[in-house]
Design a protein around this ligand. Structure first.
Ligand code: UDP
Ligand code: MG
Length: 310
């Protein structure tokens, strides 16, 4: 794809009809202050509301507005990937549509890029208007992920960031089906820096990230960047076999040497249940990796475009 613009702004949209107008009104002054050639890329991720009509309305008014309408809801990470595949900017900003990421920060991100950084991510100082459980699980997840991966994925950052063309080109060459963009971008390297901000509450509407989607994202992040769970399976296997072996020796000793044994229902049940449990855990962990392997072997297109003006 030709690099024709200075800045692309990618905005994934899932049921954001109440936010699109306001978002555009806040983005527009920021972008025009930068006095550069820009494009917006709205990716409609199978919204069930009127989002796509609002986007088309904007696109009819402003030639800087591009859109991609996906055939169904493919999920946030895939929507952003579709935007990355279609953008033509030297610098690319990824921003949420719900105004939790303040558009005004783009100026700071852009300045840092001008200083020569290839990745400028926005780090959340505070999070307003999100439930205790969401904040707690996010906090815990990012810290655990940092501990168990070998790459340095920054904590408390989402996908709100600016990336250079070089990064976009590498991302396009990374074929994995399970997208965990913030991990992939850390893995790529180059000069990375951050600016801090306070995350606002959602302007309107409700989150598109159900707990199911959050758990899937977390598992994608872990399985794509860490083999620790697989190693845990091996470790647990050895540990339990070790314990089981000693119990076998003890059982044989009681049966044949000390002859001091009772028909031991309790210990038998405990051993069987315990070993069975550990086996199931290990099979489950292996299954998580195998399911991802198989989806990569299938190699289906990541998303299907219904319509676009790019
Ligand atoms: N989003 C999307 N597809 C989805 C879920 C969310 O494109 O399946 C978009 C959504 O419209 C928003 C961004 O991704 O622009 C972040 O989602 P959301 O605000 O719902 O997540 P949260 O901020 O609650 O983690
Ligand atoms: Mg949000």
């Amino acid at each position: 794809m030709n690099v024709t613009k200075e800045l692309s702004i990618i905005i994934p949209i899932y049921n954001e009809e109440q936010n699109i107008t306001m978002l555009f009104d806040r983005l527009q002054p920021v972008v025009s202050r930068l006095t550069i050639d820009y494009e917006y890329i709205f990716v409609n991720d199978g919204s069930k509301d009127h989002s796509i009509f609002l986007i088309k309305e904007l696109a009819a008014k402003d030639i800087g507005i591009r859109y991609i309408d996906l055939a169904r809801n493919f999920g946030h990470q895939v929507a952003v990937t579709a935007g990355l595949d279609h953008c033509s900017g030297k610098a690319v900003v990824i921003i949420d549509a719900d105004l939790q990421d303040p558009p005004e920060l783009i100026e700071d991100l852009y300045k840092k890029w001008k200083e020569g950084y290839e990745v400028v991510y926005a780090k959340r100082r505070a999070r307003v208007g999100e439930g205790f459980l969401k904040k707690f699980t996010a906090r815990w997840f990012y810290r655990t992920l940092k501990k168990i991966t070998s790459i340095n994925i920054p904590v408390d950052t989402g996908d709100f960031r600016l990336i250079d063309r070089k990064i976009v080109e590498v991302l396009r060459q990374m074929p994995e089906q399970q997208k965990f963009l913030r991990g992939q971008i850390s893995w790529i390297g180059f000069r990375q820096t951050f600016v801090e901000y306070d995350r606002d509450a959602r302007h309107a509407g409700k989150t598109g990230y159900t707990y199911k989607k959050m758990i899937r994202l977390a598992l994608d992040g872990i399985t794509s960047f860490s083999n620790l769970p697989l190693k845990f399976a091996t470790f647990a296997g050895f540990l339990v076999s070790g314990i089981a072996f000693m119990m076998i020796l003890y059982a044989l000793y009681s049966r044949f040497i000390s002859k001091d044994y009772v028909p031991g229902w309790t210990s038998l049940m405990l051993a069987v249940l315990f070993i069975g449990g550990v086996q199931l855990i290990c099979i489950g962990i292996i299954g998580e990796y195998i399911s991802r392997l198989s989806s990569n072997v299938r190699n289906r297109p990541l998303y299907i475009v219904n319509e676009k003006n790019i």
